[in-house]
Ligand binder design. Structure first.
Ligand code: ZN
Length: 56
């Protein structure tokens, strides 16, 4: 089940669209590769919000 989320890249401040779908459903957070800064961000699946960028 694909679901599109939009998150704000913590590094660049840009709004980035990401399609959820391949990630395991039992995880509350997913790491996505960010096209804005080419880094990885940990996002909350339910809200699509970054769950802290410190471990990056
Ligand atoms: Zn980013």
């Amino acid at each position: 089940m694909d679901r599109q989320i939009v998150f704000k890249c913590p590094r660049t401040g840009m709004n980035v669209q990401h399609r959820l779908g391949d990630e395991p459903a039992d995880r509350t957070h997913v790491s996505v590769s960010c096209p804005a800064c080419t880094g990885l961000h940990l996002l909350d699946r339910s809200t699509g919000k970054p769950a802290g960028d410190r471990r990056n």
